[in-house]
Design a protein around this ligand. Structure first.
Ligand SMILES: [Zn+2]
Length: 300
């Protein structure tokens, strides 16, 4: 070793020794890990948590459970989620243009009420094509509360490669807007469609609604603009870890499906997964920050 190498190595050794010699009090000041926070039953703290898949519902009333936006807000903030992106159930159920418009009006009102913590998706219904195409423009309004689109392929029984989805894909591609798609009809139809729209990021809801064989990881890895989200009422043991290993945690977004599902267990499945702290931070919010960009309000 030459003199320079010796000096550099000595400096590193000295630094390493001095960090070893730190009093234990310095270590105790470290913030608790996400796992520790959630295991202690505390809200997420110091985590930029963004729920990229939630709903509110006013047409069902409070018959079964209050599903309105106030309940969503209360539960999400209580658990430490800083920001929620919603789509209105009324939008999926709309049977004419007026109902679709009203559902989106309700989103505008909700976001105005919770400006710091709420944003919305425009619902695009392939069977209400003319109305849906007209409504798309609302994403371009100044200070629009709409940060992307929600397509419910299962309710509409509509496949990703069907012609009526092409207008929204073209629009999303042109304006760089993400699309949350509850897929129906098979992942291969998604895979054959989205490479045509490279500026549109598509998030497959509910971990792609796994099918056998489970090949979501392969598709996520192969398609740069394909993502998935974590919300589901069930999750096979180890699946989140497997997906993160196969495709990378940067392809997975946190979602709750609240108010239909409770917020706590959806946080827990990410917090308790056997993945790194850094991977958890990507899933909880880092990926949504990157994908939605300046359309989201700043953290905190
Ligand atoms: Zn949903």
């Amino acid at each position: 070793m030459n003199r320079r190498g010796f000096l550099v190595q000595s400096a590193f050794s000295a630094a390493a020794l001095s960090s070893l010699g730190r009093p234990p009090a310095a270590k105790a000041a470290e913030p608790p890990s996400i796992f520790e926070q959630v295991r202690a039953g505390r809200p997420l703290e110091g985590v930029d948590a963004i729920d990229a898949h939630a709903h509110f519902d006013t047409i069902s009333g409070d018959l079964i459970w209050p599903l309105g936006v106030d309940m969503l807000e209360a539960d999400s903030r209580r658990c430490g989620i800083g920001l929620t992106i919603v789509s209105p159930f009324e939008g999926f159920m709309a049977t004419h243009a007026g109902q679709l418009r009203a559902a989106h009006d309700a989103c505008v009102e909700a976001v105005a009420k919770y400006k710091k913590s709420l944003r919305a998706y425009l619902v695009f219904q392939p069977h209400l094509l003319k109305a849906s195409v007209e409504e798309m423009q609302r994403a371009l309004d100044p200070d629009s509360p709409f940060v992307g689109f929600k397509l419910h392929g299962a309710i509409d029984q509509y496949r990703a490669d069907g012609p009526n989805y092409q207008p929204v894909f073209e629009f999303a591609n042109e304006h760089g807007l993400p699309v949350l798609y509850h897929q129906w009809g098979g992942l291969e139809r998604v895979a054959s469609t989205i490479p045509k729209y490279p500026r549109m990021n598509m998030v497959l809801a509910h971990l792609g609604l796994w099918t056998s064989p489970d090949n979501l990881g392969t598709y996520l890895k192969a398609l740069p603009n394909l993502y998935t989200d974590t919300c589901s009422s069930v999750l096979p043991y180890g699946r989140l870890e497997r997906l993160a290993a196969e495709a990378g945690a940067r392809k997975i977004l946190f979602g709750t499906d609240a108010t239909y599902l409770a917020v706590g267990p959806q946080i827990a499945k990410v917090a308790f997964a056997r993945i790194s702290e850094e991977e958890k931070r990507l899933i909880f919010g880092g990926n949504a920050r990157r994908i939605f960009g300046s359309r989201l309000p700043p953290p905190g």
